[in-house]
Each structure stands twice: as structure tokens, then as C-alpha cells.
Design a protein around this ligand. Sequence first.
Ligand code: COA
Length: 179
Amino acid sequence: MTTPLPGGDRRTGTASVTTLFVTPEGRKLRVRGVRERDLPELHRLDQEVFGEHAYPYFVLRQFYDLYHEDLFVLEDGQAFRGYVLAGTTPAQRRSWILGLAIDEGWRGHGLGRRLMAESLRRLRTQEVREVWLTVEPANDAAIKLYASLGFTRVEYGADYFGEDADRWVMVLPLPAQRA
Ligand SMILES: CC(C)(COP(=O)(O)OP(=O)(O)OC[C@H]1O[C@@H](n2cnc3c(N)ncnc32)[C@H](O)[C@@H]1OP(=O)(O)O)[C@@H](O)C(=O)NCCC(=O)NCCS
């Protein structure tokens, strides 16, 4: 089910609200775009999921300034339960997945896959031709998810994010779709 967001907000006017999941208690988890006032809650979730590797608030703020059109959160009316963020360099038609997280208590229900699908759907409409990301070599869940979406490893980045912070670099080509 997809319905347009109520209009009026320049920054979220193109986003949609999509129900992804209904809990046994009837709570709906929805995907939507973000507003500036959502940043503290996004920061809370990012810290909860990534701990010391979470983005500092000022970095999230700047990502928002640059890439808010490709930043989606999963919410249940009480809190954010997941997010996905992509950053695009239009001249290269290349995007990077800069963040993907599902709250621990909500994992294993297909929500990470759905958030990625939403992000990739959006990137296709922007004529992005390659999506890149990095992932920790020991992060089996994320690697399996990305591989199942068609991402392949193109580099083992030793010390990619500094000493002892190796990362796989993975890429997904997004061929142009026929009209
Ligand atoms: C990676 C993450 C986003 C997956 O979200 P999720 O909602 O639990 O994943 P889904 O339920 O949509 O599962 C999608 C696929 O991921 C893989 N997967 C998910 N959990 C897995 C697990 N515990 N072990 C192995 N594979 C797993 C499977 O391939 C699964 O597909 P399948 O259900 O068809 O087998 C989530 O585990 C997370 O937020 N982890 C912490 C943050 C993180 O590592 N982010 C990625 C940084 S690169």
C-alpha cells in the first residue's frame, strides 16, 4: 500500500509512505522520507545499532543536507526502527549506500531487504547506473542480504577505514530499464 505524503514540505514532497509490516498487535511499520526535525531520532537509532561506529550528529546532519531525498526511515509511530541512506554523485551516475540499519528487535522480518529495495527503486528512477557499498567482512547477515540483491565484491579493502578496519567493497550495476 503506497500513499503520497501530505504535501507542503519541500523536503519530503516526493517521498511516499509505505506500510511494510503489521505486528501481531496491529502496529504498522511504515517507510517515509525524513524532515529536519527527525534527525535526533535518526541519530538515536544509528547510535543504538552502530554504537561507537555511529555517525556523529554533525555528519548525519550534513548527509541530510546533501542526500535527504535518498534517506528513508522505518517507523511504527513510536520510534524509528530502521533507516537506509544513499548518496549519489550524479555526474558519475554512481551511488553509495551510506547507512542501512534495522533495530535489533525488528530484524529477520524482511525489513532490511524492503528498505534496500525501496532505496534501489529510487536510485533507478534517478538513472543511477552503479550502487556501491562497504561492509565488514564478518557481517554475514549484511553480506548475504547484499549478495542476494546482486551485489558482488570488487575489492577487499584492508584498513579501508583505518587500522584494523577492513571492509569489503561491493557493487551492483543498475542497467538502464527499457521504456
Ligand atoms: C543487515 C540488516 C540490515 C538486515 O536486516 P533484516 O531486516 O534483519 O534482514 P531481512 O530480514 O530483510 O533479511 C534479508 C536477508 O539478509 C540475510 N540475513 C538476515 N539476517 C541474517 C542472519 N542473522 N544470518 C544470515 N543471513 C541473514 C538473509 O539473506 C536474508 O534473506 P532471507 O530472509 O531471504 O534468507 C540488519 O541485520 C542490521 O541492521 N544489522 C546491523 C547493522 C548493519 O550491519 N548494517 C549493514 C552495514 S553494511
